[in-house]
Design a protein around this ligand. Structure first.
Ligand SMILES: [Zn+2]
Length: 394
């Protein structure tokens, strides 16, 4: 299906194998949709994925519906054309292909399969009562705080962080593409999870104002089944799941959407859930246009792009999040912010740090920041002789 799509829209789509499943080596496919999909353009990138968990196929349905919507309305609907032209949209419909295949093949014996198929007891067989890792507990972030250490558990975290090839695939793609935001579709509960609530302390994420607003605005746009109100939203615990790692380590604002009211809904409900969830996704794309700051970091002398640590000093607390960096090839960074006054600090090894005050209103502010290389700069030591002389002059 993804292969045909890529072949049918070669000017808009590329299909990439971004990894493989842990036990059987099934390919994990991603589609990249953009106006020049064959090259890495300096455009904001976003990731949408589904099916961490085998029994949650709505994620796949939403991804496929979104792909179809984008491609069939490109050049027709102005909104879609501009999304495709201005973003790099990455979509992984099925992150857990071997778990999904197992579910489909063994519908009667294990209808609620969730994990991948890691052979936990190394006996060469699939033991549904013992094997498999919960891919959404395998991330290297507050590792001890959430997943189960019992292999038989549905939420078994795996032998160590990032042992699973599926989570490695998403990690590596993320570090490469530097997504601004991501949405991970699960089932069920009609709730949006955003980053985060720190374990024990309940401390909120440095970007809580932004993530809260996005979660709230997204939830408002997604009606519950049978139109009984709207989706709810809540903070996700900052532990070994995808979202906290994406945000804490990679600086990506990830939202987990628990779609629907059951793992595998009835036929007519699927269409409704999918269509409603696309509305939430369109809002997120809109929000990527601002408010916030989009910048470029350049070497003052050579005008070459630089990878630098870019922090908002009023917000960032590096006890909880990793430093955010500009793109090594383009020097670009994007930071979504709520309106207000902020100070950007930029630093890179071998350069003098630079600061800039910015005023964020209702759109994306563009800034270019130059860093002055320390190479060849003579350190100015305190010279008591000069000091004494200058003192005498007064
Ligand atoms: Zn799930």
């Amino acid at each position: 299906m993804l292969k045909q799509t890529a072949a049918a829209y070669p000017h808009l789509v590329r299909r990439y194998q971004v990894g493989q499943s842990t036990c059987f080596g099934y390919p994990i496919w991603a589609l990249k949709i953009s106006d020049h999909p064959e090259i890495d353009e300096d455009e904001p990138a976003i990731l949408i994925d589904g099916m961490y968990h085998a029994r949650e196929p709505l994620g796949n349905e939403i991804c496929l519906a979104f792909i179809d919507y984008l491609l069939s309305n490109y050049g027709v609907e102005e909104k879609v054309t501009s999304l495709v032209n201005n973003y790099e949209i990455w979509i992984i419909p099925i992150l857990n292909p071997e778990g999904y295949k197992y579910l489909v093949d063994n519908n009667l014996s294990s209808p609620w399969w969730r994990k991948n198929l890691r052979d936990n007891n190394n006996n060469g067989l699939i033991d549904p009562d013992y094997d498999g890792v919960d891919l959404n507990r395998n991330y290297d972030f507050n590792w001890t705080r959430l997943g189960s250490t019992t292999p038989a558990s549905w939420t078994y975290q795996g032998p160590a962080p990032f042992t699973e090839k599926e989570t490695q695939a998403k990690r590596d793609l993320t570090l490469n593409e530097k997504f601004v935001a991501s949405v991970s579709y699960h089932s069920y509960g009609e709730v949006i999870l955003y980053q985060w609530s720190w374990p024990d302390s309940g401390l909120r994420a440095p970007d809580d104002d932004v993530t809260w607003t996005i979660a709230m605005q997204t939830a408002r746009r997604i009606p519950r089944l049978r139109r009984e109100g709207i989706y709810s939203f809540q903070r996700q615990t900052a532990a070994s799941q995808s979202g906290p790692w994406m945000y804490g380590v990679a600086g990506v604002l990830e939202f987990l959407v628990e779609t629907g009211t059951s793992f595998i809904p009835l036929g007519p409900e699927i269409q409704e859930i999918v269509t409603d969830n696309l509305q939430g996704l369109f809002y997120l794309f809109d929000r990527l246009k601002g408010p916030g700051v989009r910048g470029k970091i350049l070497d003052w002398k050579t005008k070459q792009p630089l990878e630098a640590v870019v922090s908002i000093i009023e917000k960032d607390d590096f006890r909880y999040i990793y430093p955010r960096r500009s793109h090594p090839q383009t020097g670009t960074f994007i930071r979504l912010l709520e309106p207000g006054e902020y100070t950007i600090k930029v630093s890179a090894p071998g350069y003098q740090s630079n600061w800039r005050k910015i005023q964020i209103k209702d759109k994306m502010e563009d800034v270019t920041l130059y860093l002055l290389s320390l190479e060849g700069v003579q350190p100015r030591f305190f010279n008591p002789e000069t000091w004494r002389k200058s003192g005498q002059k007064r």
